[in-house]
Design a protein around this ligand. Structure first.
Ligand code: MEV
Length: 415
């Protein structure tokens, strides 16, 4: 599907007009549009009493690997979608985002206790690798049929406060699935064989969210002039260097990246807790917690940004398959594989980070936030029209008084 993601004036349209525009571009059916209006939980959990709704916004201007992408983000925080779209516009001038990845391998862990000779047991496991992999793959013939499945075994001997433990890693190519179900089934099935081989006792058998074999990188060149000139570029690099060196800043810096990453993960009904866990452990992979992005200045003085993080995202199975909203979002983003989705997510994370660093190093973050906050405050007044809410929001920003009581006062005077 080919469309142009640079939709000027999109933000000024009503929700229906926005939907009609997307419908035209992405060839959505009425049914697919209606799915976005779901008000009942399409997946069930225990003791369900309702649904929590958050807005879905479309980030514009993204070009990823030479293709334009509209990106759906489900997030309660104002400014996130606009900021990502602005940063994507700045990257667009130099071709947008270019990505690469390490493939979709996940790790399943099997913890073995009470092993008499862990080194010897470890060698035994490796020598019977084919047998273990075969047993694992018998659990998921469909994954194997499509070219995925268990591909390798690794062992680790770790010292813990309760003694030495032997840990086996089953490496599984999850293809288009997130992989948790397949991996967990496989490690459970392999446990008795591993007990027989090692003479130990298996305790935990579970997927690791440290998906360091499923890493995605995205890179973009952000135009110097569009950023605001040399000084802004240098200030952004200094802002990044702060996060690179200081975990207190890195936590906030990476939180900003996750604003985009978790929002797309949620819009596609993927497991955002798994993605968050993987991102933060990856940020600490060198022994200290640091930034998920890096920045540099190229010969032309433009800013070169990169992001690298694990992204265990699926497009088949789990809630993604059954959630109607997720299905429509995948269609809008024109996602054909889990890797397509991961490349979008990484690129949006980089865009979000650049936007935050630029705002922070320039005018500060509050100005933009306040405009949207004012609009939200005015819009929450019972029965208010869109026009009046906009007018009141503008007035509050102008007067420097963005507060609920002032919104009410202006409403009384203006209605
Ligand atoms: C707010 O949601 C995110 C930021 O704090 C990120 C950052 O500081 O880089 C603006």
């Amino acid at each position: 599907m080919n469309y142009n993601s640079a939709l000027s004036g999109f933000h000024k349209l009503s929700i229906d007009d926005k939907l009609n525009k997307i419908k035209e571009m992405v060839e959505l059916t009425d049914e697919e549009i209606n799915r976005l209006r779901v008000t009942e939980a399409p997946v069930t959990i225990e003791n369900t009493i309702g649904v929590m709704t958050v807005p879905i916004g479309v980030a514009t201007n993204f070009t990823i690997n030479g293709k334009d992408k509209l990106i759906t983000m489900a997030v309660e925080e104002a400014s996130v979608v606009a900021a990502a779209s602005n940063a994507a516009k700045i990257a667009r001038k130099h071709g947008g985002f270019k990505t690469s990845n390490t493939g979709a391998n996940m790790i399943g862990q099997i913890q073995i206790l009470n092993v008499m000779n862990p080194e010897f047991a470890s060698q035994e496991i490796i020598s019977r690798k084919d047998e273990i992999i075969k047993l694992a793959n018998e659990q998921d013939p469909i994954l194997v049929k499509f070219g995925g499945g268990a591909i390798d075994i690794e062992t680790r001997i770790i010292s813990t406060v309760t003694g030495v433990q032997l840990v086996v890693h089953l490496i599984v190519n999850a293809l288009d699935a997130m992989g948790a179900n397949a991996v967990n089934t496989m490690v459970e099935a392999c446990a008795p064989l591993l007990e027989e081989i090692t003479g130990g006792d298996v305790n935990l058998r579970i997927l690791s969210n440290f998906a360091d074999r499923r890493v995605v990188r995205s890179r973009a060149i952000f135009d110097k002039e569009m950023l605001g000139g040399e000084e802004v570029v240098e200030a952004i690099v200094d802002a990044w260097a702060f996060a690179d060196a200081d975990p207190y800043r890195a936590a906030t810096h990476n939180k900003g990246i996750m604003n985009a990453i978790s929002a797309i993960t949620l819009a596609t009904a993927n497991d955002w807790r798994a993605i968050e866990a993987g991102a933060h452990v990856y940020a600490a992979k060198d022994g200290y917690y640091s930034s998920l992005t890096t920045y540099d200045i190229n010969e032309e003085g433009n800013l070169v940004g990169t992001i690298e993080l694990p992204l265990a995202l699926g497009i088949i199975g789990g809630a993604t398959r059954v959630h109607p909203v997720a299905q429509t979002c995948l269609k809008i983003m024109d996602v054909k594989s889990a890797m397509d989705l991961a490349e979008i997510v990484a690129s949006a994370g980089l865009a979000q980070n650049l936007a935050a660093l630029r705002a922070l190093s320039d005018e500060g973050i509050q100005k933009g936030h306040m405009k949207l906050h004012a609009r939200n405050l005015a819009g929450s007044i019972d029965g208010i029209s869109t026009e009046l809410a906009d007018k009141i929001a503008r007035q509050m920003v102008k007067d420097g008084k963005v507060r609920a009581d002032y919104a009410e006062e202006l409403y009384k005077n203006m209605k």
